[in-house]
Ligand binder design. Structure first.
Ligand SMILES: [Zn+2]
Length: 337
């Protein structure tokens, strides 16, 4: 029942009905009718409002059902035959093997060296406390951007008393990307081929789009195996391709692309083994990336697409718009291009 074909068939039937009998369906489809006249962002908020109206708590599970007339309704109450959505999309990315702090001790010198093996810059912060037995005191806090594929010495301590090492405690943290980058305006072409598909959770969606990393993400329901293509050119900087089912990471399989303006596009919940790009590969607009799936914390096949940037030792999602409405009637009418 959770198959993608169910989704596609359901949405197409619904929209065909709406097209044939617009007046009759005006009352039962108020949000959808009005949404057609609104810009994308407003439309996604409106759809979220529809979900929220039927959900009193911060519900993660929503039941979508379609009646004999093709009328779609959403509820937080279990409904026989309903399609169940459970969205928890927190991202967990393991960079610890690719961004490392090496503390090198040699001839009375202790050096703090960051090795960044990623194909993207990382912002790093080193904090030193309780420093003693040094010739000159180092800065307490060092924060800088380490370029892709490079090593940088953040600080070094020379022992004052020969034969005894410098003393200190240290803390190290980092975040992907360069916080000085300024994203340029860009309207994203749809990152898939086929369709039309429907947005199932927009920006600020209440199931899972409320944390800083995913607040402005959008979920698009689509059959597993739908080709996912780059919505913007850039450098592939992180991929995960081996997860099956829920796996160990809520993101499931994903591709992260660093755009030339420093922002990043992330395509999540991809099908296991479907990723066809590698870290360090440059991709152009429309390049094949993977196939959509249902991996990680996702119930119901969908693509979770989010744009993020480094806002200062943290990644946050930023608002974005597609360059056309998602799942709109004009798209359906031209045969799902
Ligand atoms: Zn999502």
């Amino acid at each position: 029942m959770l198959s993608g074909e169910y989704v596609g068939a359901d949405l197409s039937a619904n929209e065909a009905l709406l097209d044939a009998h617009p007046a009759e369906h005006l009352l039962v489809f108020p949000a959808v009718k009005f949404a057609r006249k609104l810009p994308m962002l407003a439309r996604s908020l409106l759809l979220c409002g529809l979900f929220m109206a039927s959900s009193s708590a911060v519900a993660a599970t929503i039941y979508k059902s379609t009646d004999a007339n093709g009328v779609v309704s959403y509820s937080d109450k279990p409904t026989p035959g309903a399609w169940v959505f459970v969205f928890r999309d927190q991202m967990v990315e393991h960079l610890e093997t690719q961004v490392r702090l090496d503390i090198q001790k040699r001839s009375g010198i202790t050096a703090f060296v960051v090795r960044n093996e990623l194909f993207a810059p990382v912002e790093v912060e080193l904090k030193l406390d309780g420093v003693s037995n040094v010739r000159t005191s180092p800065p307490r806090l060092v924060r800088q951007v380490v370029p892709a594929r490079s090593s940088v010495t953040l600080a070094s301590l020379a022992a004052r008393t020969v034969g005894q090492p410098p003393r200190y405690t240290h803390a190290f943290r980092y975040a992907l990307g360069d916080p000085s980058a300024r994203p340029r305006a860009y309207r994203y072409p749809l990152p898939w081929t086929g369709g039309p598909f429907q947005l199932t959770q927009g920006a600020n969606g209440r199931y899972s789009h409320f944390g800083p990393k995913g607040r402005y993400a959008q979920d698009i329901a689509m059959p597993e195996g739908t080709p996912i293509i780059a919505a913007r050119s850039g450098m592939v900087i992180k991929v995960e391709n081996n997860q099956s089912g829920r796996g160990t990471d809520p993101s499931g399989n994903f591709v992260r692309v660093l755009h030339d303006d420093g922002s990043m596009g992330v395509y999540l919940h991809l099908m296991q083994g479907s990723v066809v790009v590698r870290e360090g590969q440059r991709v152009g607009l429309g390049a094949a990336l993977a196939r959509s799936g249902n991996t990680g914390n996702s119930t119901g096949p969908h693509l979770h697409f989010v744009i993020q940037r480094n806002v200062g030792l943290a990644l946050e999602s930023i608002p974005y718009q597609f360059n056309q409405p998602v799942g709109s009637l004009p798209n359906f009418a031209v045969g799902g291009q």
